[in-house]
Ligand binder design. Structure first.
Ligand SMILES: C[S@@+](CC[C@H](N)C(=O)[O-])C[C@H]1O[C@@H](n2cnc3c(N)ncnc32)[C@H](O)[C@@H]1O
Length: 277
C-alpha cells in the first residue's frame, strides 16, 4: 500500500474527509530523518499525527521535519519539527559515501541523487575535478569515494558547510585526494588544474563562469546548473558567448539535461559544456 493510502486509512476517522486528499503523497529520507516539503496549510493541526504514523510505518525514520527551501546565496533552509526525536543532525549514506549533515543549516537535495550517480559513472580515471559550490561534498564526495584515481578541489564559502565538508572528507578517508578550500569561488578557484568543473548553483555569474574556464587545464567539461521554465529552454550559448569572446577558448559541445522538477513550472537543468583552450 502506498504511503498516502496508508495515511488516509489511519486518519479516516480523525480528520475532515475533504482533507484526506490533501495528505502528502511522498517524503524524502536523509539518514534517519524524513522530510516533507510544504505540507498543505489546511493540514497544519494534523502534522504531528501524520509524522507519528510515518515513524510507525517506515523503520528508517526517527525524526520527521518540514523543510522549506530558501534561495539565498547560502541556501539556509527553514526547518520545522513535526514528530519524533527533536534533532536536525544525521549521517546520510548514499553511493558508499557518508554525509554528516545538519538539515537546519545545510542544503542537501535528495532529488540530486540521480546526478550524484550520473557523475560517478561518467568520470574517467585520473580526472582532476573542481567543485566550485561544494557544500558538504554533495556532488563531489561520492566521485572521489568511488574512484580512487580522482582528485577534487572543493570550494565552499559558508563556514558551517565548509566545516561539515572537512568532517566528511575525514569520515570517508579521502583526505589525500579531496582538497577543501574555504572562500569565495570568484577569488579562490585554482587555475589550470582541472579536467572538469562542477557548478551546482542557480544564479552563476560571469566571473564565476570565467573562473571555471580558467580552472580547466587544456580541455574539459563544465557542468553548469540552472533553473529553466518547463517546456522552454534558456540558450546557454548566449550566456557563455560573452566569456568565449573575452577569453581564449573554444566551446566544442553543449548538451543540456533535465535533472529534476524544481516547482510546478520550473525545472533544474544542467548544461554540459565541453571546452578546449
Ligand atoms: C545549493 S548548494 C549546492 C550544493 C551542491 N553543489 C549541489 O548541487 O547539491 C550551493 C553551495 O554553494 C555555496 N556557495 C554559494 N556561493 C558561493 C561562492 N561564491 N563561492 C563558494 N561557494 C559558494 C553555498 O554556500 C552552498 O553551500
Amino acid at each position: 500500500m502506498r504511503f498516502k493510502e496508508k495515511l488516509q486509512k489511519s486518519l479516516k476517522d480523525k480528520i475532515d474527509p475533504q482533507l484526506l486528499n490533501k495528505l502528502p503523497s511522498s517524503y524524502a529520507v536523509l539518514g534517519d530523518i524524513a522530510i516533507f516539503h510544504r505540507i498543505d496549510e489546511r493540514l497544519l493541526e494534523h502534522k504531528k499525527i501524520i509524522g507519528e504514523i510515518l515513524i510507525e510505518i517506515d523503520p528508517r525514520v526517527k525524526t520527521v521535519i518540514e523543510q522549506i527551501e530558501t534561495r539565498t546565496e547560502f541556501r539556509r533552509p527553514e526547518v520545522r519539527h513535526i514528530a519524533g526525536e527533536k534533532k536536525t543532525k544525521t549521517v546520510h549514506k548514499e553511493f558508499n559515501t557518508k554525509f554528516k549533515i545538519d538539515l537546519n543549516t545545510i542544503t542537501f537535495s535528495p532529488g540530486n541523487k540521480g546526478e550524484r550517480g550520473h557523475l560517478i559513472k561518467i568520470i574517467k580515471e585520473n580526472e582532476v575535478i573542481c567543485d566550485m559550490f561544494a557544500c558538504v561534498g554533495n556532488l563531489s564526495l561520492p566521485i572521489v569515494v568511488n574512484n580512487p584515481s580522482v582528485t577534487i578541489y572543493g570550494i565552499e564559502i559558508n563556514k558551517e558547510a565548509y566545516d561539515y565538508l572537512t568532517k566528511n572528507i575525514v569520515l570517508n578517508r579521502v583526505e589525500k585526494r579531496y582538497h577543501s578550500i574555504l572562500g569565495d569561488n570568484r577569488i579562490v578557484t585554482p587555475k589550470n588544474v582541472a579536467t572538469r568543473v562542477i557548478m551546482g548553483f542557480f544564479g552563476i555569474d560571469k566571473k564565476q563562469f570565467e573562473n571555471a574556464v580558467e580552472a580547466i587545464k587544456q580541455e574539459g567539461w563544465i557542468h553548469y546548473h540552472y533553473i529553466d521554465s518547463r517546456g522552454s529552454s534558456i540558450q546557454i550559448e548566449e550566456i557563455v558567448s560573452e566569456t568565449t569572446k573575452l577569453m581564449n577558448f573554444k566551446i566544442e559541445q553543449i548538451n543540456t539535461r533535465r535533472i529534476k522538477k524544481f516547482s510546478p513550472r520550473l525545472e533544474h537543468k544542467c548544461a554540459d559544456i565541453k571546452i578546449r583552450k
